[in-house]
Design a protein around this ligand. Structure first.
Ligand code: C2E
Ligand code: MG
Ligand code: MG
Length: 251
């Protein structure tokens, strides 16, 4: 029982309303203290343990979000899915089970998959994504712009959103090149009718630039740091949620 989740709010850039949270894994080690995912997820991926851990994350994140719904906060939940999980047909049953076991509406769940994981075995992935979409969940490409996406596949995958990596957000208010790159990525999302979300927004200048560029949603320390479940409950009482479950169908 040393693993736990924190949740980072995501928000609509134009209104500042909370639309959901991203579940982020932490390990509270008895002697080393809290360990960040970058330090242990690569090892869990190598050993294959990430499959069991990922299944636990799905269950836990859906269960907690169902509680927030019951408390009157209709927010979405995004869960990171590793390439190792996506390599297996079993993932589809695991997502279905998590929704059934917790009673969470499928439309509230987004699976985040990195570009690199998507492209590992593009044909098998495309097939699994179609099956996942049939469950009613959404798919987002995580860290978009840092991996190798085939644009042809991007069009073919049933993807709903692009999460633009924070390396593109960093210099966006100070450098014309960064701003132009961001413009291209947001434009690509619009052309493909995908929602765009900017990661790692840390200051007002970045937020203003992203609003000007018509990026849809954001996430970052400026709006909120990752919080434990209790912290999110508190956060939601002063930052009411946008009714994302209804709005999502326009995407
Ligand atoms: P990610 O999915 O891209 O998650 C976003 C990361 O950016 C999080 O780091 C978050 O705390 C951090 N972040 C958010 N806002 C800001 C900001 O304004 N500035 C900066 N500098 N950073 C910000 P975290 O929690 O350390 O997670 C790192 C990565 O670990 C995640 O990147 C994801 O790839 C992976 N990860 C986390 N939880 C899970 C999980 O349950 N399963 C899998 N497979 N991977 C996970
Ligand atoms: Mg993510
Ligand atoms: Mg990311």
């Amino acid at each position: 029982d040393e693993l736990f989740l924190v949740y980072q709010p995501t928000f609509e850039l134009q209104t500042g309303k909370t639309v959901g949270t991203e579940a982020l894994l932490r390990w509270r080690h008895p002697t080393h203290g809290v360990i960040q995912p970058d330090a242990f997820i690569p090892i869990a991926e190598e050993s294959g343990l990430i499959v069991a851990i990922g299944q636990w994350v799905l269950q836990q994140a859906c269960r907690q979000t169902a509680i927030w719904h019951a408390e009157g906060h209709p927010i979405g939940i995004s869960v990171n899915v590793s390439g190792r999980q996506l390599d297996r047909d079993g993932l589809i049953d695991e997502v279905r089970d998590a929704l059934q076991d917790t009673g969470l509406e499928p439309s509230a769940l987004t699976l985040e998959i990195t570009e690199t994981a998507l492209m590992r075995d593009a044909d098998a992935t495309a097939r699994r994504l179609v099956a996942l979409k049939d469950l009613g969940v959404s798919i987002a490409i995580d860290d978009f712009g840092t991996g190798y996406s085939s644009l042809a596949y991007l069009r073919q995958f049933p993807v709903d959103a692009l999460k633009i990596d924070r390396s593109f957000i960093e210099g966006v208010a100070s450098s014309a090149e960064s701003s132009a790159l961001l413009h291209t990525l947001v434009g690509l999302g619009k052309t493909l009718h995908l929602k765009t979300l900017a990661e790692g927004i840390e200051n007002d200048a970045q937020l203003t630039e992203l609003q000007d560029q018509q990026c849809d949603q954001g996430q970052g320390f400026l709006y909120a740091r990752p919080l434990d479940a209790e912290g999110i409950t508190e956060f939601l009482s002063s930052n009411p949620a946008h009714p994302v479950l209804v709005e999502d169908h326009s995407v």
